[in-house]
Design a protein around this ligand. Structure first.
Ligand code: HEC
Length: 146
């Protein structure tokens, strides 16, 4: 029974040691996660907006195609023909962009309110019916008809 008594006297020492080891491990553990947290938190936001080079040149071809769709969607062809396709109630627009006066701005203004250019125009105004983005495309399309 002497052995058991000896073992019992070592137990507090053992637990004390184990406790210290635990503290060290726990300390290191929390430090490690703390570092990881700051590293993640301070990651720089590298997704700054980059200007799209060449978007203007690519945009004009798309703009003209969009304008053609706007022309088709708004019944312009009921009155106007382009390249022989469309109505005959109004002058054909096959070469409407050939006139130096017919800039996209002039054409947009005409479509919005034809009376600003021709007070006796029988063409209905499209102001408020076609949004600005579509009008810009339509102007580019009409100006391209040469
Ligand atoms: C109800 C028939 C009608 C519709 C629909 C119509 N137009 Fe016209 N448009 C006319 C008439 C008529 C004229 C000629 C009188 C004038 O210049 O305003 C004209 C003139 C024009 C001109 C001027 C041409 C020039 O050489 O001076 C343009 C550009 C034009 N239209 C574009 C359009 C577009 C784009 C649309 C569709 C959004 C459209 N028109 C819808 C009847 C119409």
């Amino acid at each position: 029974m002497k052995n058991t008594a000896q073992m019992k006297s070592y137990l507090p020492l053992f637990f004390g040691f184990a406790f210290i080891v635990l503290l060290i491990v726990a300390g290191c553990g929390s430090n490690a996660t703390g570092d990881a947290g700051t590293a993640q938190g301070s990651a720089p936001a590298s997704t700054a907006s980059t200007p799209q080079a060449g978007s203007v040149a690519a945009g004009s071809a798309t703009l003209i195609a969009d304008g053609q769709a706007v022309f088709a969607a708004n019944g312009c062809a009921n009155c106007h023909a382009v390249g022989g396709q469309g109505g005959s109630k109004a002058p054909h627009l096959t070469r409407v962009g050939a006139d130096a006066e017919h800039t996209p701005e002039w054409l947009i203004a005409h479509v919005k309110n034809p009376q600003v250019h021709k007070p006796d125009s029988r063409m209905p105004g499209f102001e408020g019916k076609i949004n600005d983005k579509d009008l810009e495309a339509l102007g580019a399309y009409l100006a391209s008809l040469k």
